[in-house]
Ligand binder design. Structure first.
Ligand SMILES: *Cc1c(COP(=O)(O)O)cnc(C)c1O
Length: 335
């Protein structure tokens, strides 16, 4: 494999794991060498959106060991998502077995240390039972596939510009925003496309009810730094990012204050640093936020990553690679 030129996209590996839910119980985890699934055309995932997923990464350290980052958090969120849209929860032990099996069956696809690459892990749960009326499926398929990925941004750790969206929402306060379900992504695609066309890296969604507060940055959480404080939105319609949680712990450990609260759009004018965070990029620093409807443009920092974001990024990636001691117990050695 040419690890250095790997992009953030799908690459075929040798195996994936599958587990079926039938007659009210989970079967055993099976290895498959097929990239395809054979499914009934009336499956509930195809018509009524019974679909959830996760995204996590495994890393090859300098010592050659395979490190998995906070899988227990992903397992917990997967259960939360499943419960939210009437799907059976995958027990943590089953989740772990499928994830570990998928990694170990594809060891040669884990980018080596120093390449900036990692093994992206994609657990997926879909309703496969045929139903015509709107009701939860009686059968489900849990799949875990993996793909080697390169850095999310080829240009590296560089600030991006974002556009505030005021005419489309991703999720409502009592909707499905806290579940990692495909429908939320479909709901956001037109807004993301609009931002891309206008030359922005992604869209910032506001709270759907009042349009006053920052919700999320596309598929990532938002955070900002001001007066030695790490600030991130509290909202009933955002996906609780594990990267964000980890950055909060690191910020606290570095002596910053941390605040999880509503963040007014106008506060953008006061931030020293801002960023989007998620598994894919860890942190994308944000330079400019445009709010075209309000005819405003917020400029944050000088176009280079801020010092706090840089330290947070360096520390989190160092823990993931095993270069920094795992003081928080975030790493599981797979092998
Ligand atoms: C997955 C996701 C995130 C990031 O979560 P991580 O656990 O940090 O990867 C943020 N927002 C949305 C909408 C997501 O789907």
């Amino acid at each position: 494999m040419d690890w250095k030129n790997l992009s953030f996209g799908y690459t075929k590996t040798n195996y994936n794991t599958r587990c079926y839910y039938r007659n009210g119980k989970w079967g055993s985890v099976e290895l498959s060498d097929s990239e395809y699934i054979n499914m009934h055309m009336a499956a509930t995932c195809l018509h009524y959106g019974q679909e959830i997923f996760e995204g996590m990464k495994a890393f090859r350290g300098k010592d050659g060991k395979i490190r998995l980052f906070r899988w227990e958090e992903n397992a917990k969120r997967f259960r939360h998502s499943a419960h939210g849209i009437m799907m059976p929860e995958v027990p943590d032990e089953l989740f772990k077995e499928a994830v570990f099996k998928s990694i170990l069956a594809n060891k040669e696809f884990i980018p080596s240390y120093g390449t900036q690459g990692s093994l992206y892990i994609r657990p997926l749960l879909i309703g496969t039972g045929a139903e015509l009326g709107v009701k939860p499926s009686r059968e489900y398929l849990f799949i875990v596939f993996v793909s080697p990925v390169g850095p999310y941004f080829k240009e590296g750790f560089k600030p991006v510009n974002m556009m505030i969206c005021r005419d489309m929402d991703r999720a409502a306060p009592h909707g499905t925003g806290t579940y990692k379900t495909g429908g939320n992504y479909a709901a956001g695609m037109r807004a993301v496309e609009k931002a891309h066309k206008a030359g922005y890296a992604n869209v910032i969604f506001l709270d759907a009810k009042e349009k006053k507060y920052i919700d999320e940055c596309g598929p990532a959480n938002f955070f900002a730094i001001r007066d030695n404080t790490y600030i991130t939105p509290e909202s009933p319609s955002i996906l609780d990012s594990i990267t964000n949680k980890s950055l909060i712990s690191l910020a606290d450990n570095m002596g910053l204050k941390t605040e999880r609260r509503k963040v007014k759009v106008e506060e953008l004018a006061t931030f020293e640093e801002a960023g989007a965070c998620g598994t894919a990029a860890v942190i994308s620093p944000i330079h400019i936020v445009a709010d075209p409807v309000m005819r405003k443009e917020y400029v944050i920092g000088n176009g280079e990553p801020g010092p706090v974001s840089t330290r947070l990024y360096n520390r989190l990636t160092a823990v993931q690679l095993g270069d920094e001691q795992d003081a928080f117990g975030w790493i599981t050695i797979v092998e």
